[in-house]
Write a protein that binds this ligand. Sequence first.
Ligand SMILES: [Zn+2]
Ligand SMILES: [Zn+2]
Ligand SMILES: [Zn+2]
Length: 215
Amino acid sequence: MSWNCFICGKKLGLLNAKTVTSDIELLCLEDTNKLFGEITGKEHIGIKPIYKSWVQKHTSAEIKELISKNKNAILIAPDRCIGCGRKISAFKAIVTKDNKRICSNCTSKVFGDTNGAVPAWINNHNGDYFLAYLKNNRSLKAISKDNAKGEALFCPYCNSENVKPLGADKKTFSVGKAAAGAALTGGLGLLAGFAGKKTGMTDFVCMDCGKQFKR
Ligand SMILES: [Zn+2]
Ligand SMILES: [Zn+2]
Ligand SMILES: [Zn+2]
């Protein structure tokens, strides 16, 4: 075990506020708060007990991974907006299909002016699906709970549309060989059309950054 923060390298003494991971690495106060989406720059007296216990249950590798993907641990804290990390009550939030909360500010970043179809669309989609649009500055216009204008197939990590389905699950290509062929040769419009139907997830791989994701 080293007495330095495993993220920023800052030396931590006995008296410095810090958290300890399950593999006994130290995380400084600032990086702990950042991990949970706290606004930095203001004075924190200490570390919240829920943060301490969360860090204790996770490895330094898992935490590094979250930070490198620019995600934060608040994704698992159910009382926060998954877009910005702000605490938000269930009444003010729009709740996704997988029970994640989204604040009105993050909603309007993606949808601009809200219309009646927006909450229905969010209720009907998973948090990660919405987040991909938010993080990549893509905008949507909700039409119904199932459809929004602007939906596309793209890599949630790097925003590239140069993505391909992973070969294995050919069965998910219910639209048939033609669509699969179009997909493989870059007919993304067709592919996006069928991928938008929530009939099951398909694994895709990004040809630009190499990461895999489900749609
Ligand atoms: Zn640090
Ligand atoms: Zn938000
Ligand atoms: Zn990518």
